[in-house]
Design a binder for this molecule. Sequence first.
Ligand code: 13P
Ligand code: SF4
Length: 360
Amino acid sequence: MITPNLAEAPSHAVATTPEIEAEAERLLRALMNVECDPKGRRWNYETCLEIAPLTLEINALKREKNAVILTHSYVEPEIVYGVGDYMGDSYFLSLKAKEAQADVILFAGVVFMAETAKILSPQATVLVPDRGSGCSLADSITGEDVRRMKALYPEAAVVCYINSTAEVKAECDVCVTSGNVYAIIAALPQRQIIFVPDRLMADNIRNELSKLGIEKEIISSDGTCMVHEEFDVAQIAQARAQFPGLKVVSHPECTEAVAQASDFVGSTGEMMRYVKSTQAPYFLMLTECGLVGRLEVESPEKSFIGGCRLCPYMKLNSLEKIRDLLRAPRPEQVITLPEDLRLRAARCIDRMFELTPAAS
Ligand code: 13P
Ligand code: SF4
């Protein structure tokens, strides 16, 4: 008998079993249309075969630990479609975190999202694959900064975008997401609004409400999303000249000029619904590339032209980290919050659920 020398096997060679092959086929059916891949991978049977043992192990660990994986649309497609239980935007994932009955919630997204899950499901162990997965918005302001703004404008309603830390949420009256921000701020009785931490979204709120004849004084802090602030109108003009009939779809974290030059502005969930329901020869997606990957999977008949960018924080998630986390979390990967702070932050998020229109 000749014993195969595994040390000499090519590094990508995988010892397959029927279970691994079936998993590779499942992954391939989901991923084969992804072209906008952050690592430039082509999703074929071989690439799926390489990750199949990992997704199989993660899905087995989920069952063993009664864990649920929430995935934001910006994380890599093999996480979303390989191991995610729920995928979507911040509002949808907050709802899922609140409803979760699982013992463990693993958030494949960024730290503020995992903190939000802990605020809403304190009984669950909430895990985050990489503690360094911050957010340029959430990291731009502290609770102390909000207290200083409140002292300057004591009559104002204090609104935070969900891309903020638990400490900031605890200082605010109501939280909003990109999907309900206009409706919630329009419904607040106060004319003066402190809005943190997104300065560009504050500009978009002023404009959108003004179009509806609602005049609010929006006082904002100085945060921006490092991904969305980079898009510019020159890029839109160039794309429109090159691709007649193009639809430009952007996120409210983009500049006012980009939002005004777009055909549609909304949360990542709303952007997906818009593309799925719109006939156009091409779409320019001014958001993180992960969303284009999701649309390539779920709307393979649509055509996307370049434009999207990577969020370095979202890309800190990986299947290997998720597997290791479910096997044995390190202390810094487990979200903990002081109970008094959690309760104050929960009030702010619960108010968002109360004020969100039913269709969101
Ligand atoms: P959504 O809630 O629209 O998915 O936005 C989250 C985010 O971080 C956008 O940069
Ligand atoms: Fe934060 Fe921007 Fe990354 Fe969203 S895309 S998580 S707002 S840095």
